[in-house]
Design a protein around this ligand. Structure first.
Ligand SMILES: [Zn+2]
Length: 469
């Protein structure tokens, strides 16, 4: 989530001390009755985040398991500890049936207003994910809860998460497959705080430099699926003999792609929502603001390395891929608040989003963050910094945690596979605007597009429309 304005109340809430009861795992049992132990909870795995609080059993109704979100390290700039992402494994006994899971500190999350309309994801194998439509948020008690009947598969562990898991192993598999492709080269831009590589997949021969980065916010796993879809299409990883489609082939003659599939693997492995290993919110580290110097090699090397590589190549089009907790839409947040914003930027951004929405029904033009006021951009935010630095089309792309209201299908809700398809469709949008990204020869003035490509001012007021998410 980008969220340009942070509600003050959530800052206060997040500073509350963490309960002493919190543990990352533990058997959820009544203290004196082992026979009633319904389920054991663990978040001690890649991307895991939850603390077990307590449980109680009932012979007549569902057992209740109380849990807490575990906050990220303190973010120095924002003076808060972010949290909202969760992922854990529930191991039931063979006789366990209905369990009511309750996250009792949901009101203290970074975006508590986003819980409304959310539906928890669950999986038996961490590959196929479904939604628990029983999820509800009680704003009075500040509890997010859902019921699950383990009797459907007695004794089989279930994974619950805010969105489909995308483990670091899967990221490494993608990068290794890309490196083995004759089309691409993979290089490290540098290393993270904990020493993981910051890999960049590079492909194409054109003089336009397209940069696409993903998952600055580690709790937004949609972005990793998006990267997988994009890289797979760019390199023909899913096709016989590594063939690519015609549109991609032509685009690779015009453009050189620099794809960073994972900007924050440390935070992702640690189960963070928004920060790297040291608590830095990377999407606030792209410029020094007032007394806060950023980025730095000590606190945010991920940003230092990526920015240096972009400075070396130049940038003609930029996409920073995220997930948004609140809005039930995929959308882009653009450069309207930057000094460079003008008729050229508006035409290009309008045509880019319009073409994207024609290529994939999960993208749309109408709903998104209200644009920043003219010249009101925060240049510590990545896409603003890149727009201003390179005078290029530069957007933050957001995907929903909730089901998509633009392309609503309750039987096949927005998930990792749809995020991957949205990543593949990015190439259609880029192909549409690429010929006019930079003026050619003596060409001056604004780009020319048809009426279907008109820029649309996005609005956050989606509740005024019909939404059945
Ligand atoms: Zn984000």
């Amino acid at each position: 989530m980008l969220l340009r304005s942070q509600p003050f109340f959530s800052v206060v809430a997040a500073l509350r001390p963490i309960g002493a009861l919190g543990r990352t795992s533990g058997p959820a049992m009544a203290s004196s009755a082992v026979a009633q132990m319904p389920v054991s909870i663990s978040a001690a795995f890649d991307g895991g985040n939850i603390e077990f609080v307590s449980s109680s059993c009932s012979a007549s109704s569902a057992s209740v398991v109380e849990l807490r979100l575990r906050p990220d390290p303190l973010t120095e700039l924002e003076q808060k500890r972010h949290m909202q992402w969760f992922a854990f494994r529930a191991l039931p006994t063979a006789s366990t049936s209905k369990v009511r899971y309750e996250i009792v500190n949901a009101a203290d999350a970074s975006y508590p207003e986003a819980w409304d309309g959310s539906a928890v994801c669950f999986s038996y194998d961490r590959l196929e994910w479904s939604r628990s439509w029983s999820t509800s948020y009680d704003s009075t008690s500040g509890t997010l809860s859902w019921e699950f009947d383990h009797a459907h598969r007695p004794g089989v562990p279930v994974y619950f998460a805010y969105f489909d898991l995308y483990p670091y192993e899967r990221h490494l598999d993608l990068v290794d497959r890309a490196a083995a492709s004759p089309r691409a080269s993979v290089r490290s831009l540098g290393q993270t705080v904990q020493g993981r590589e910051l890999e960049c997949v590079e492909v194409g021969n054109g003089n336009l430099h397209v940069w696409v980065i993903h998952r600055q916010h580690p709790g937004e796993t949609q972005a990793s699926f998006y990267a997988e879809g994009l890289v797979t299409r760019l390199l023909g990883l899913g096709a016989a003999n590594g063939r690519v489609d015609g549109l991609t082939s032509k685009l690779l003659e015009r453009c050189t792609f620099h794809v960073v599939p994972h900007m924050n693997p440390d935070g992702a492995v640690m189960g963070h929502l928004r920060t790297n290993a040291l608590g830095a919110n990377l999407n606030r580290e792209w410029a020094t603001t007032e007394m806060y110097q950023a980025p730095t090699l000590e606190r945010s090397p991920e940003v230092v390395h990526a920015l240096a590589a972009m400075d070396a190549s130049g940038v003609d089009l930029f996409v920073d891929v995220h997930g948004d907790e609140e809005l039930p839409y995929a959308f882009v947040a653009g450069a309207e608040g930057c000094e460079v914003w003008g008729p050229r930027q508006e035409k290009l951004q309008g045509a880019f989003v319009a073409a994207y929405s024609r290529a994939n029904g999960d993208m749309q033009t109408k709903f998104g963050y209200d644009p920043e006021p003219p010249k009101g951009a925060n240049y510590a935010i990545c896409s603003n910094q890149i727009a201003q630095r390179f005078d290029c089309v530069s957007v933050t792309l957001e995907m929903p945690f909730k089901n998509s209201a633009a392309n609503h299908d309750r039987d096949a809700p927005f998930d990792g596979s749809r995020a991957a398809m949205l990543g593949a469709s990015l190439l259609d949008a880029i192909a549409h605007v690429a010929p006019q990204l930079r003026p050619q020869g003596d060409e001056q003035g604004t780009p020319v597009f048809g009426p279907e490509d008109e820029y649309v001012v996005p609005t956050e007021k989606y509740r005024l429309d019909v939404v059945d998410a």
